[in-house]
Design a protein around this ligand. Structure first.
Ligand code: ADP
Ligand code: K
Ligand code: ZN
Length: 434
C-alpha cells in the first residue's frame, strides 16, 4: 500500500493545486517586488507589474533569473527578508563555477524538511526506519536536507556525512540501517566496498536508497540495486530552490514528482526562452512560491529535462519530471556531435563494466579528441596486450554506435580511477584551458 506524507497535497485534484499555486504566486510576486530591488529592476525593465500576475498562466510574463544573476547579486542582492529573520545559509557545490549562497528562514527550513519527508515516505520510510545520511553535511544541501526530512518522519537518523566508507558500512551493519541516502556515485562505491569486505547484501538490513544531487542512468540504478539489495529512488533539487526534495521518486520509479505546491516548473527552449509544451525536452525553470528568504522566480536551472502529467500508479497527482539528462553545460560538442556523459555511462554498464570512468576531451591539430578511461572488469582481468586491445576495440565500437563518433577507449587496472564520496567528476575538457 502506497504511503503518503501529505496525502491532501500529494494527491490533490488539478483544480485544487492550480488554485493554491495561483494564490501563492500572486503573493510571492508581490513579496519579491517589494523586497528585492534586483528583481524589481528586472520586472520594471520588462514592463511587468505585480498586478499583471493573476495566476500561473501569467508566469511567462516574468523575467528569468540565471546563475549569472546570482553571481552578480552575490551575496545579499536577492535576499527578501532581513537577516534577523534568517536562520541558515547553504551554498552550491560549485560544480560549474563560483559558488552561490542561499538563505533560509525557519519557515523555509520547515518547507524543505516537509519536501524531504515526502521523499522518504515515498521510498517506504516510516518512524520504524533507520536512515543513514551519507550525503556530505555542511554548506552542501544534501546532508542537512535529508537529515531534516528523516527527523520529521521520525526515523532514527544516523548523521554519518560522507566518507570513511568502511566505518560507514560497519555502522550500517551494527545499527541495522534500512534506508541509505547519498549520491549515486557514492552508493556505487559503498556497494563495491561491501563486496570487497567479503560481505553481501544479506548481511545488511538495507531496503531502500534515496540517491540524487548528480545525474545517474537507469543502468547505474540497476547496478546499485543489485549490489546493495535495495530499491533505489531518485531525488532532485538544487541549492537555489532549497536543496534535495524539489522532486522525488515514488514506487513507480519512472520520473520524480515535483512538489508543485512549492515549486512551479516550466520547460523552456534554452536558446529562445520560449515556454515549450508538455512532453518536449528543454531547460527546467522553477518558480519558488513559498520560500521567504530567497524566493527565486523563474530560475533557469540549466538542467535538461521533460515534464509529464501522465497518471501515476502511486496515486500522486503532482507533475513528474524525467531524470534530468544532464545540464546544458554538461553537454560536450565533440567534432560537431552532442555527447552527454550519461550516454557513455549507459554503454559501459550495458557492456558489463563498472560505472567508474573518466572522460577526457582535448583538441589536437584542430581536431577534437575523446578519450575514455574505463576500469577493466576484475573477473575478466588480463595482462595480455592482445586481449586488452581486443576488448578496447569492442567497447569503442559500442560507444560509436551510441555516440556517432569514434572515441579512444583505454582499459585501466581495476580500482585505479578515483572513487567519489560526493558528486563524481567524470569529465575533463582541456579545450577550455587552451
Ligand atoms: P552545483 O550547481 O554547484 O552542483 P547543487 O549542489 O545545488 O550545486 O546542485 C544542483 C544540481 O545538481 C542540479 O541543478 C542538477 O544539475 C544536479 N542534480 C541534483 N539532483 C539530481 C538528480 N537526481 N539527477 C540529476 N541531476 C541532479
Ligand atoms: K523512530
Ligand atoms: Zn508516482
Amino acid at each position: 500500500m502506497e504511503k503518503y506524507w501529505n496525502k491532501e497535497i500529494e494527491c490533490a485534484s488539478r483544480a485544487k493545486m492550480k488554485k493554491l499555486q495561483d494564490e501563492r504566486l500572486v503573493a510571492q510576486v508581490k513579496h519579491v517586488y517589494e523586497n528585492v530591488k534586483y528583481y524589481r529592476d528586472l520586472m520594471d525593465k520588462k514592463g511587468v507589474k505585480p498586478e499583471d500576475i493573476k495566476g500561473t498562466e501569467d508566469l511567462h510574463k516574468l523575467p528569468f533569473l540565471s546563475k549569472a544573476d546570482l553571481r552578480e547579486a552575490y551575496p545579499y542582492g536577492l535576499l527578501a527578508k532581513p537577516l534577523s529573520e534568517c536562520v541558515r545559509i547553504h551554498s552550491t557545490s560549485g560544480t560549474t563555477g563560483k559558488r552561490v549562497v542561499a538563505f533560509y528562514t525557519q519557515n523555509d527550513v520547515d518547507m524543505w524538511d516537509e519536501c524531504c519527508a515526502r521523499a522518504i515516505t515515498a521510498a517506504g520510510g516510516t518512524e520504524d526506519d533507520v536512515v543513514q545520511v551519507a550525503y556530505g553535511y555542511g554548506l552542501f544541501t544534501g546532508g542537512m536536507g535529508l537529515h531534516g526530512g528523516s527527523h520529521k518522519v521520525g526515523c532514527l537518523t544516523l548523521p554519518m556525512s560522507s566518507g570513511n566508507t568502511e566505518r560507514q558500512i560497519q555502522f550500517m551493519q551494527d545499527l541495522e540501517a534500512t534506508i541509505l541516502c547519498c549520491t549515486p556515485s557514492y552508493a556505487a562505491y559503498i556497494g563495491e566496498t561491501i563486496h570487497d569486505m567479503g560481505l553481501s547484501p544479506d548481511d545488511l538490513k538495507l531496503k531502500a536508497g534515496i540517491f540524487g544531487a548528480e545525474p545517474w542512468t537507469e543502468e547505474m540504478r540497476r547496478s546499485i540495486e543489485k549490489s546493495l539489495g535495495i530499491k533505489a529512488f531518485d531525488i532532485y533539487g538544487l541549492t537555489e530552490s532549497s536543496g534535495p526534495g524539489v522532486a522525488f521518486e515514488c514506487s513507480e520509479q519512472s520520473g520524480m514528482h515535483i512538489n508543485e505546491d512549492n515549486f512551479i516548473p516550466e520547460i523552456i527552449d534554452p536558446d529562445t526562452g520560449e515556454v515549450l509544451p508538455e512532453g518536449e525536452v528543454g531547460e527546467l525553470v522553477f518558480t519558488s512560491i513559498t520560500k521567504e528568504a530567497f524566493p527565486l522566480l523563474r530560475y533557469r536551472t540549466r538542467d535538461l529535462c521533460v515534464l509529464s502529467r501522465k497518471k501515476c500508479s502511486c496515486g500522486r497527482t503532482l507533475i513528474k519530471m524525467a531524470k534530468p539528462m544532464g545540464r546544458s553545460d554538461d553537454m560536450m560538442i565533440i567534432r560537431g556531435v552532442n555527447v552527454f556523459p550519461s550516454q557513455i555511462e549507459t554503454v559501459l554498464i550495458e557492456q558489463g563494466y563498472s560505472p567508474n570512468y573518466l572522460i577526457e576531451v582535448d583538441r589536437v591539430n584542430n581536431t577534437d579528441t575523446l578519450d575514455i578511461s574505463v576500469e577493466m572488469n576484475p573477473d575478466k582481468f588480463s595482462d595480455k596486450v592482445k586481449d586488452v586491445q581486443k576488448e578496447e576495440r569492442a567497447l569503442a565500437g559500442a560507444m560509436k554506435d551510441m555516440l556517432g563518433i569514434n572515441p579512444k577507449v583505454h582499459l585501466v587496472s581495476p580500482k585505479s580511477i578515483a572513487r567519489s564520496e560526493g558528486k563524481a567528476v567524470r569529465v575533463i575538457d582541456r579545450r577550455k584551458l587552451h
